[in-house]
Design a binder for this molecule. Structure first.
Ligand SMILES: [Zn+2]
Length: 119
């Protein structure tokens, strides 16, 4: 196999996604060809750095998001407490309104009955 073919295969060789036969062929070539060996080592280093970088940036992103999530949690707790208080207040108000209406309706009925009794 030519150096060009080997270099095309090296990324897959590093990822171990080549067949056993290709793996053996690349390995044999790398053992004998210094240029391809250097190329392979450079690829490995680049791959390692890339994966380290993505791991680090992922961890950082997760940390940032985590901080935001806890802030949102606090705000949500505060908001839901406020909403609960408002709900309770609204419920009390509506109970009073209903009671007032009930009293008014009852008084109205009593008055109507009294008026009918008079007639
Ligand atoms: Zn070569």
């Amino acid at each position: 196999m030519t150096c060009e073919i080997i270099r095309d295969l090296i990324p897959m060789y590093i990822d171990k996604t080549v067949s056993d036969e290709t793996n053996a062929a690349v390995k044999t070539h790398i053992d004998e060809c210094e240029d391809c060996r250097k190329y392979c080592e450079a690829c490995r280093r680049a791959e390692k750095k890339a994966s380290e970088f993505s791991k680090k940036s992922l961890e950082k992103t997760l940390k940032d998001v985590g901080a935001d999530i806890s802030q949102l949690d606090q705000q949500y707790a505060l908001l839901s407490r406020k909403l609960k208080l408002r709900k309770i207040r609204q419920t009390i108000i509506s109970i009073f309104v209903l009671l007032g209406m009930a009293v008014y309706v009852t008084l109205d009925i009593i008055n109507t009955v009294k008026r009918k009794e008079k007639n």
